[in-house]
Design a protein around this ligand. Structure first.
Ligand code: SF4
Ligand code: SF4
Length: 98
């Protein structure tokens, strides 16, 4: 499974920051409105998402989560406890700190 991004539409204020920083240009503001009256961000081509996490880092309202697919060929098999998690993806919200 590839990388993917998810939006909490009710937290989104439609500021468009994520849309502008996405290096793949795959984010946009949808036509519908959330309960606050804002047009929430959405993704138009999930397959092109690299899982870079820039959108999540930029969002001032913490409305984005990113799951980055691991590259199976680049990573050796490791026990779940050594890897820190028991599944094959990393949460984008944990990618910050640099
Ligand atoms: S994780 Fe990166 S490529 Fe994917 S939607 Fe966010 S900014 Fe774009
Ligand atoms: S940066 Fe956050 S609040 Fe702004 S449009 Fe994107 S998801 Fe919505």
């Amino acid at each position: 499974m590839g990388s993917r991004v998810a939006f909490d539409e009710e937290r989104c204020k439609g500021c468009e920051l994520c849309v502008k920083v996405c290096p793949r240009g795959i984010l946009f503001l949808s036509d519908r409105r959330n309960q606050l009256g804002y047009r929430p961000a959405a993704v138009r081509d999930m397959d092109r998402c690299t899982g870079c996490g820039i959108c999540a880092q930029m969002c001032p309202d913490l409305a984005i989560e990113v799951w980055r697919a691991r590259q199976a060929a680049a990573e050796p098999q490791a026990p779940a406890e050594a890897a820190g998690r028991g599944h094959s993806e990393a949460r984008g919200s944990q990618l910050g700190g640099v």
